[in-house]
Design a protein around this ligand. Structure first.
Ligand code: FE2
Length: 312
């Protein structure tokens, strides 16, 4: 059973506990979420000029569209206002500013009708973020920038919450991925040959759950949920923001979702910034998540580069 809770009146501790148990939550748009959306819209509309961003794909050559996104998306990630808006949003959600760490917000797009389905606007196959070295206590936040419909959102595949999927995570090491694959996302306009953890058996996509939040509405779910981008048949490009959080007490105490099938190595924990002051998570905490990572890899990994294409 998958339960979707709307605007639950619960504490952050209780919210995390329920999310680790597979529940999904959706919150109405709020002043802070709308401020984040407004900031994103300004950047998008600056980039597209007089063209409507949601229908620009019907007017622009695919290479130009991909080039525009390749510039816009990292700009949004690195913009100092993006972090500040996130800080306000997490405070509004009464997340402890000293214990809650976030990974920088990404802008995601899903184009309609297979216009652009790889690289910089990757239509994501069914996956769990925990196949990609996310900690099992990672929570995902997802916010539409323009109105969305069931035909251009994302889907959860709830039967796999407790059932394993044969998958490629055993070949995935977070540090290797960062070194070799990340910079090239924008080059993969029409095909994407990067070896990402995928299901290695047929997935039963039904039953599935699609949540359709209002603009600025916030959907929250465990990074361990099997989820996918739905085939976009809406005729419009979907623009959304997502980011991830962890609570450091849960990181340390392993209060988290259950691992049913992930075998990747390395950890994305060093990407997370403390809400209060944007300090990175302590190295001694991150080190406890190294698993069976070969030592030489750990030593080669120095400072964290901010990714822009992970989980397009
Ligand atoms: Fe994901």
């Amino acid at each position: 059973m998958t339960t979707v809770l709307s605007n639950p009146a619960i504490t952050d501790d209780e919210r995390r506990r329920r999310l680790y148990a597979g529940q999904v939550m959706v919150y109405s748009a709020s002043p802070a979420s709308l401020a984040l959306v407004e900031h994103a819209r300004r950047m998008i509309e600056d980039a597209f000029g007089s063209i409507n961003p949601q229908t620009a794909q019907h007017e622009m050559p695919v290479e130009d569209f991909a080039g525009l996104l390749a510039e816009l998306k990292p700009k949004f990630i690195h913009h100092p206002e993006s972090k500040r808006r996130l800080q306000e949003l997490l405070s509004e959600f009464v997340c402890d500013r000293d214990k809650t760490y976030f990974d920088v917000p990404r802008m995601r797009t899903s184009t309609a009708n297979d216009y652009l389905s790889s690289g910089i606007s990757y239509a994501f196959h069914a996956h769990r973020d925990t196949w990609y070295s996310a900690p099992f206590c990672q929570l995902n936040w997802w916010i539409p920038i323009y109105p969305v419909v069931p035909e251009n959102v994302m889907a959860f595949h709830p039967r796999y919450w407790s059932n394993p999927v044969r998958n490629g995570s055993r070949r995935y090491n977070y540090y290797e991925w960062n070194k070799t694959s990340r910079q090239s996302a924008a080059e993969h306009i029409k095909t994407d040959t990067r070896d990402q953890p995928k299901p290695e058996e047929p997935i039963e996509l039904e039953p599935q759950v699609r949540v359709v939040p209002e603009v600025g509405g916030v959907m929250l779910f465990s990074g361990n949920q099997l989820h996918s981008t739905v085939p976009n048949n809406s005729g419009r490009t979907r623009f959304s923001i997502d980011f991830r959080t962890v609570n450091v007490d849960d990181v340390v105490n392993r209060h988290e979702a259950p691992n049913v099938d992930s075998e990747c190595t390395g950890t994305s924990l060093r990407d997370f910034l403390r809400t209060r002051d944007f300090e990175r998570i302590a190295e001694d905490v991150a080190l406890t998540y190294e698993g069976e990572l070969p030592t030489q890899l750990s030593e080669r990994y120095d400072s964290c580069t901010v990714p822009f294409d992970r989980f397009q």
